[in-house]
Design a protein around this ligand. Structure first.
Ligand SMILES: [Cu+2]
Length: 274
């Protein structure tokens, strides 16, 4: 508490960017999770910097106070086995590491606790775009996107696949892959999760600020990995419903996944026949 308190004092009056510890979330509460991630990040930095200053100070003091003098001759006094000090320098870092672990673990648990969500989006990553399947109230809609080729021209960013989310609604993102390992990353949300063929990873969040954010695949997934980009638009519920109305009915699920299992069965069968 003392550390957090002095840290807060230190940061008061600094710019918003510094207070965020240079994290990419646009506001403290870009989603319902960004505040606690930001606190963990900033408080961890303050703590480890204080530990660093103490350690560097002690090192410097030893180097200067116990340096070799002009009058010294021969080897210094040789010492070994100081049990109290050895217990001290084992116990203190252990307690520190366990403390850091506890803070990280409780934040991670809070973020990953499943939430009954108003909106469920089954996101299927594919080389090199994204399929979005929205389930909202009693509607099932899908948006099967294609990769946008960015040329650096103005306005091309608008062509990127866009994930639209309603502000203030609980959202579950079901993260799936159709082919190889991808990774779903919206830097402003401070969350990133792998998308692995054959399994579903879940991300739960409530967007709390309207706006447009950058998203990208964060796992090297083939030739056009760098163009596997998308936009996230957080909009009012009305605008979200308007967007849903422009999409096709239905769900493009795992039936469009690449199926390595079938290929393997075929090759196993061929080998057997020989
Ligand atoms: Cu990818």
């Amino acid at each position: 508490m003392a550390i957090a308190g002095s840290g807060a004092l230190l940061l008061t009056g600094c710019s918003a960017e510094v207070q965020r510890g240079w994290l990419p979330n646009v506001e403290r509460d870009t989603t319902n999770h960004t505040g606690m991630i930001q606190d963990l990040w900033v408080n961890t930095w303050i703590t480890v910097l204080l530990v660093g200053i103490l350690t560097w100070g002690l090192m410097l003091w030893c180097i200067i106070a116990y340096r070799r003098r002009k009058t010294d001759t021969g080897y210094p006094r040789q010492l070994s086995y100081n049990l109290p000090i050895e217990i001290f320098y084992t116990a203190v870092p252990l307690v520190m590491v366990l403390t850091f672990f506890t803070f990280s673990d409780s934040t991670e648990k809070a973020i990953n606790t499943p939430v009954d969500s108003e909106l469920v989006v089954d996101i299927r990553a594919k080389q090199w775009a994204w399929d979005y399947n929205y389930t909202y109230q009693d509607q099932e809609k899908y948006d099967a996107t294609v990769q946008a080729h960015l040329t650096g021209e103005e306005g091309r960013k608008a062509e990127l696949p866009t994930l639209v989310l309603p502000v203030g609604k609980t959202v579950t993102l079901e993260l799936n892959s159709r082919d190889v390992v991808h990774s779903f990353w919206v830097p402003a949300f401070l969350q990133k999760l792998d998308m692995i063929p054959g399994r579903t990873n879940y991300m739960y969040l409530t967007p709390e600020v309207e706006g447009q954010f950058d998203g990208k695949c964060a796992e090297l997934c083939g030739e056009y990995h760098s163009e596997m980009l998308f936009n996230v638009k957080v909009v009012s519920e009305g605008e979200f419903l308007n967007h849903l109305a422009t999409l096709k009915d239905g769900h493009v699920g795992e039936e469009y996944d690449r199926k390595p299992g079938e290929v393997n069965q075929l090759s196993a069968h061929t080998t057997e026949g020989k």
